[in-house]
Design a protein around this ligand. Sequence first.
Ligand SMILES: Cc1ncc(C[n+]2csc(CCOP(=O)(O)OP(=O)(O)O)c2C)c(N)n1
Ligand code: SF4
Ligand SMILES: [Mg+2]
Length: 344
Amino acid sequence: MARVRVNDIGLAKEDYKGAPTTLCKGCGHNSISSQIISVCYELNIKPHEIMKMSGIGCSSKSPTYFLGQSHGFNALHGRMPSVGTGAMMMNHHMKAIGVSGDGDSASIGMGQFKHIMRRNVRMTYIIENNGVYGLTKGQFSATADQGQSIKKIGTNEFPAEDMCMEAIISGCGFVARSFSGDAKQVRELLKAALSFDGTAMLDIISPCVAFNNHESSTKSFDYGLKNQEPLHDISWVPVRDEIVIDEHAPGEVIDAPLHDGSFIRLHKLEEDYDPTDKLGAMHRLEFARQNQEFITGLIYFDNTRPRFADTESLGDVPLVKQGVDKLVPSAEKLNSIMQQLVAW
Ligand SMILES: Cc1ncc(C[n+]2csc(CCOP(=O)(O)OP(=O)(O)O)c2C)c(N)n1
Ligand code: SF4
Ligand SMILES: [Mg+2]
């Protein structure tokens, strides 16, 4: 009998899978789920230490299709960030994977999106961005291109939101863009995001094959395959690997250190691109927008911001593990609070 391959914690790849997908065949969201499964297997992640959070949409359904042994919560439309923040406040030792869509995050959930970025909650926040509301049959989302037309829907008259720009402005320290058709880049970015102790935002262009996969769309498979312009070649280097610089690397090599001791290595493809330069990153995004370029890679990186758990002084023992005596104020304490309020 063939032996099943297992990772360092004795789990097989099968242990990281979820229920069979009910999304359309060929939907970009399915490729992203597959990459999450591979990466969590490879990183020896304990499924019970992961919470999968999502909102509403085809994208937000996808946590059902990976990590079937992890915790999960399907929040209201656009409300995943606040529910995720609350859950991480109760147990900040968990790792959160948030999956959202462009409708869920850029339309109804924009306010929530910006606040989780500024709070720096430890979450790998993935936007599966297809430019439409796939689940409700293809209406334009806030990331749809201005001037784009879709049969039966009409023409989008409004400018597109750029979620990488929004994340940078809001204080996020790990901002990346990728394409679901580029499995290797998605995997390396996911590994780095999961090793980052704060909010890591991945805006992954993920074509909707049912409603937005035609020639005029910059969120189609054809467009992504033909126009993707990586800023660098990316590899994630685990803690235990010896640090060796590849002398044949094209351009300069930047190693961005992550909180668990691993780092993300970027072989620069563009001479002057430095992901630690905030204004430079915003300038590059705006230049890409004006020139209709589809840049991918780690766009902005800053690992110096305090994480939410520290700002909130959550300490070593998560709230969920504290006893009732610590969490519930005594009758005397409550009385004294009430007396102070009455005195006001
Ligand atoms: C409060 C509320 N408003 C509207 C809806 C209807 N609705 C369900 S999913 C969705 C959009 C989903 O789009 P997106 O997040 O881009 O996900 P996709 O299906 O494209 O992956 C909308 C508007 C809802 N469920 N709840
Ligand atoms: S409708 Fe679009 S987004 Fe939804 S499952 Fe089908 S291809 Fe994917
Ligand atoms: Mg969408």
